[in-house]
Design a protein around this ligand. Structure first.
Ligand code: ZN
Length: 242
């Protein structure tokens, strides 16, 4: 089975469609949350995802957009975008977001948005945090998002520390042996200085993975955001990938 692993679509349909057009050869989508929030097309992104064979976990922006989290914890721009998103969601799509679980186990992977320890909120941005999270999932691997930055961490044997490994870009490589924590980066709002949409292809038969970055028409999303009256800072950041 070939899995398209993606996260943080953030209502950016133009980026999401560019990923789907680029990835093509996959059997299922594993989505790591934050389908909505920030961007201009929340309903369209949910509907696109619903049309694909997929599983999806909940992210903090998904919950904030359905009133399950208090947006006062967000920065003002993120909070405004969540309140705007809440007004847009159709009844069906609201019910879809309400149905998203915090954690899903598929094959030998645990899927979460933030971390297995705190699925909605925690950021794994360092190997020390990845190491602390090893005790919070039972599978060989964990797939997570939330930081909008691609990353790979491996603990090669029991009791060994966790080290970062480079995800193979635009080429296929064997999955490292050991316990893994892997982040595919962000589709709709990358934050690693590269504005291209990010995703991973994981082949469960071959035990390989590949990271991909794909260009999309950023200005199309930006124009829709301006028309929707979304915060200017959120519009600008897409061009810089932060
Ligand atoms: Zn996010």
């Amino acid at each position: 089975m070939r899995c398209l692993v993606l996260s943080d679509i953030h209502s950016n349909l133009v980026a999401f469609d560019a990923v789907l057009a680029d990835a093509t050869a996959f059997d299922v989508v594993w989505c790591l949350g934050d389908v909505i929030g920030y961007g201009p097309q929340p309903n369209e992104c949910i509907e696109r995802l619903k049309g694909l064979p997929h599983v999806c976990v909940a992210g903090n922006h998904d919950w904030a957009s359905i009133d399950r989290l208090d947006v006062s914890d967000f920065n003002p721009d993120a909070s405004r975008a969540c309140m705007w998103t809440r007004e847009q969601l159709t009844g069906d799509n609201l019910a879809y977001v309400q149905s998203l679980p915090e954690r899903i186990v598929r094959n030998d992977f645990t899927l979460v948005h933030g971390s297995p320890r705190h699925p909605i909120w925690e950021y794994i941005g360092h190997s020390s945090v990845a190491a602390e999270n090893l005790a919070y999932f039972d599978t060989e691997g964990c797939l997570f998002g939330h930081t909008h930055m691609p990353a790979g961490y491996v603990s090669r044997r029991r009791g060994a520390g966790v080290e970062e490994f480079a995800l193979p870009l635009h080429t296929s490589a064997p999955l490292p042996k050991g316990r893994l924590l892997i982040n595919p980066g962000g589709v709709g709002q990358p934050r690693d200085g590269d504005p291209r949409a990010s995703y991973i292809l994981l082949d469960l038969e071959q035990h390989t993975l590949q990271l991909h970055r794909v260009e999309y028409a950023i200005e199309k999303t930006q124009n829709l955001m301006i028309a929707a009256g979304l915060p200017p800072r959120l519009v600008v950041r897409l061009a810089y990938g932060w």
